[in-house]
Design a protein around this ligand. Sequence first.
Ligand code: AMP
Ligand code: MG
Length: 482
Amino acid sequence: MKFDNSYVTLGERFFHRNDPTEVDDPQLFLWNHALAEHIGITDDLINDKDTLARIFAGNQTPEGAEPISTAYAGHQFGSFNPQLGDGRAHLLGEVLTVEGERWDLQLKGSGTSAFSRGGDGRCAIGPAVREFIMSEAMHALGVPTTRCLAVVTTGEKVFRQGAHPGAVVTRLATSHLRVGTFQFFAARKDADSLSALCDFAIERHYPEVKNSEKHRCVALLDRVIENQIRLIVEWMRVGFIHGVMNTDNTAISGETIDFGPCAMMGVYDLATVYSSIDHQGRYAFGNQPHIAHWNMARFAESLLPLLDTEDESLMQELTGLINNFPERFQQAHRSMVAAKCGLLEVEDSDDELMDLLLQGIADAKLDYTISFDLLTRSVKCEQARGEIATQLGEVIERWHQRISTQDAEQTHACLRRSNPVVIPRNHHVEAVLQECEESGDPASALKMLDVLRQPYTQTEQTQAYQTPPEDGDRFYETFCGT
Ligand code: AMP
Ligand code: MG
């Protein structure tokens, strides 16, 4: 593991230096071997489980690490909080891989910081394992996401409506720069720090912006919007509901970050919400594009201190990017839905067919993943074709006519690429978390991870995780502040 810490060079306004709080009895619970090798953790260390447990619990600082908690602000459910920050996380530093990738290595649940605001700085085993499983599943599904390297149990209790075993989860991200990081400095009218942050973000994520003829803030906004759209379209493809799309949980890299109250949609319904505190459906499945648009508008605002607001053409460029978001999203979303329906090239006349298919699935209250898996199989399997036709009626005949104009192998490949066989279904994930907590044994999580790491392949093991919940997740609830 080779550290090269660039964020700390931005200066003390960006973070607080503080070490993780030691825990009683660190034990390695989950370990991402492939990722460990990828970031260059040596075999010596990989084989030394005790040292790994101490490092990824925060009891031992690895050579080259400089633990900090980062500062950020954020709009939470629409209200601005100028002071959030890592209340229970420590960024150990940045590791460079031999391929030249740069990864933030962050411990979460590793103790309090100057930003804890009364919180205990800790994390229970359930949410830690949940973040590990969900992020690995998302990665395997092909959705941009932060990753998890380890879950270490602490031997201590954490109190959340009862006592639970504590854990520390290690997260890897291409950075932890959030829309809220920009808002932190914009709120303080600290243009110097904001400018340094902008340069840092461009260097780290969007170096091509340096060659743009546009103002760097406009070019940066354009790129961040592009990646945000790609991300939300991918969430919509697999049925992911983030649950708490606040601006502090929006990474400017375009990676999924903070898996708190996230969930997967079962029955296809745009209004699906599982988060216990989201009473208005602000972060409902189908509202995610609108919220991403809203968040990008907040990002644009946070850049204003760096812009000459009297410059009309510059302001027009900026507002143009925001105003154009829905259309740009719609185009990307349409391409995704077309691929999900197996259309190799999409024509104007296809829109009606795609709408009818989705509307049919919604009207019949069918499971999103199962329906598209069936559609995929129906290209080659008469029985599957009969089944989906019974459920959806004549639109299936029309769809078969349309795809019969295409090469069958290519159609099938396109459908399979777009439609997973298995997703991390809420009730299966919850059962695994409960089993892990009660037994103290990671076996059930490892078994599930094996399946979720090949989400487009049906294996003998897959079936156990494909079944939808008996109650259609009608009573399923997820929680924040976990
Ligand atoms: P989240 O909902 O996980 O995105 O967290 C929102 C804010 O609350 C962030 O600033 C977190 O660092 C902070 N936070 C969440 N849980 C805790 C905790 N147990 N102790 C201290 N701060 C926390
Ligand atoms: Mg957060």
